[in-house]
Ligand binder design. Structure first.
Ligand SMILES: NC(=O)c1ccc[n+]([C@@H]2O[C@H](COP(=O)([O-])OP(=O)(O)OC[C@H]3O[C@@H](n4cnc5c(N)ncnc54)[C@H](O)[C@@H]3O)[C@@H](O)[C@H]2O)c1
Length: 433
């Protein structure tokens, strides 16, 4: 087996979050700081809680991932980031109304010290927000250069060995891939010519991250790093990238239930998914442009899993609809409701209803922690380009033009754990023993 040389996780790891003042980011940061003080349990995080089987089934070796995989320690993480509002992360956490005051107070000082840097923002890409804490620059290229400088300064001021960058900012309006996104040369030209329709603010952060050699995670569905130009740049700079759109609630369920139907060769006639959500993300997604980006991401799942071309009699005519409704009283406590019309033996119809009363940011926070630690690991392993082994965490897993994405949660999970086994020089597992 080819041995992977993993660089040691020594020194501080900077975590720079775009949208650091948002609900997901502040819940992630507050929770991580509380956990490392021993004041919370990192429920939902594989890196902190999950075990991994090593060797044959009868060897009985099930260590914790964090005890055998060389991940960065929570004590070595340093947080920072950008936002279009200047409030510090203590204020932002209170504002988000996700965590109870007592859970925020226990890390108040650390949170107050995290102050967002000015953002790259263009209201044409997030219609419902009016940013006040934003950078000025003549072109997208110039703004990107300012982000690069922020990264370098943060690294120096906080004595970081490495930095990982994650987009957890608002979902930008839908833009299709255009010619300019198809090669690095055309992309850079469009940035320099300030083609603001083609180059979104999120692309400025992503380009800056890659240019600085920092792994980049895209937690929202906007294109951002998912273009041939960015894949090319990431390969060229030997940087690990992954995305897009955290798979937390309804889509996580979909990627468990759809494989169940297919495994049992049960048919499907329709799948109607609706959500009510009252946080700032819900408000942004109330705009049709931002919703379209989310809709494309949420819709992609079923077709890929069910393969209607291969099974036309079961899945050839599925009506799939996804709605998100902004409903302020629910705040971050989303209700995701699914109605599934399935078909059994001899074509007899049945129904399955799922009502998930979840908490959006509580589901997303552990994914953020795992992703920053795994992205840093990938970079230290010398992995570059799209990290398909991290598809487990995404609604719309990035893949190049030669591959189809893998959506099934348990196949993704197997791939993730087998990659970890390879990294630590253990046999991968095919479950035949
Ligand atoms: N919570 C989940 O379960 C989940 C799942 C999948 C994806 N997401 C995505 O994660 C993102 C964050 O969600 P949230 O609930 O924290 O939303 P939020 O609105 O609370 O936070 C987004 C933050 O981004 C900031 N922002 C907007 N544009 C910016 C820019 N150009 N630069 C810097 N900051 C900017 C906003 O000011 C805000 O503080 C959204 O795109 C959401 O769709 C969330």
């Amino acid at each position: 087996m080819e041995k992977i040389e993993v660089k040691e996780a020594k020194g501080k790891l900077g975590i720079l979050v775009v949208g650091v003042g948002g609900a997901v980011s502040s819940t992630f940061i507050t929770g991580t700081l509380a956990v490392r003080k021993g004041m919370g349990t990192p429920i939902g995080s594989l890196t902190q809680l999950a075990t991994i089987r090593l060797g044959k089934r009868n060897e009985n070796r099930f260590p914790k991932i964090k005890d055998v995989v060389p991940l960065a320690e929570l004590d070595d993480l340093v947080f920072g980031g950008w936002d279009i509002f200047s409030e510090n992360i203590y204020e932002a956490s209170l504002h988000a109304e996700v965590l109870k005051k007592e859970d925020i107070e226990c890390v108040k000082e650390e949170l107050e010290a995290i102050k967002p840097m000015k953002a790259v923002f263009d209201q044409d890409f997030v219609k419902r927000l009016h940013g006040t804490h934003v950078k000025n620059g003549k072109t997208r290229w110039e703004l990107m250069e300012q982000v690069r400088e922020d990264i370098r300064n943060f690294k120096k001021e906080n004595n970081c060995e490495r930095v990982v960058i994650m987009w957890a900012a608002s979902t930008e309006v839908y833009i299709p891939i255009s010619e300019e996104h198809k090669s690095l040369a055309t992309f850079e030209k469009a940035m320099k010519e300030n083609n603001t329709e083609i180059i979104s603010p999120s692309m400025c952060y992503a380009y800056a991250a890659i240019a600085e050699g920092c792994p980049y995670i895209n937690g929202a569905p906007n294109l951002c790093i998912d273009t041939p130009a960015m894949w090319e740049f990431a390969e060229q700079q030997k940087v690990a990238i992954c995305g897009k759109d955290y798979k937390t609630g309804q889509t996580m369920l979909k990627t468990v239930l759809a494989p169940m139907l297919k495994t049992r060769m049960l048919g499907l006639e329709g799948w109607f998914s609706t959500n009510i959500l009252g946080n700032r993300d819900g408000e942004v997604l109330d705009d049709p442009g931002s919703f379209k980006t989310k809709e494309v991401s949420k819709l992609s799942v079923i077709d890929t899993i069910l393969q209607p071309d291969v099974y036309p009699e079961l899945y050839g005519n599925v009506y799939h609809k996804v709605r998100i409704n902004y409903y302020p009283p629910r705040k971050d406590n989303k209700e995701g409701w699914d109605n599934i019309d399935l078909i059994g033996w001899m074509g007899y119809p049945m129904q399955l209803k799922v009502d998930f009363l979840c908490r959006d940011s509580i589901l997303a926070a552990p994914l953020c922690l795992d992703l920053v630690l795994f992205a840093d690991l990938a970079q230290r392993c010398g992995f570059s380009g799209i990290q398909t082994w991290l598809s487990f965490y995404f609604k719309s897993p990035m893949h190049d033009e030669q591959h189809v994405p893998e959506h099934d949660l348990f196949i993704q999970h197997t791939k993730l754990k087998n990659t970890l086994r390879k990294i630590i020089g253990e046999q991968t597992i095919d479950y035949l023993d």
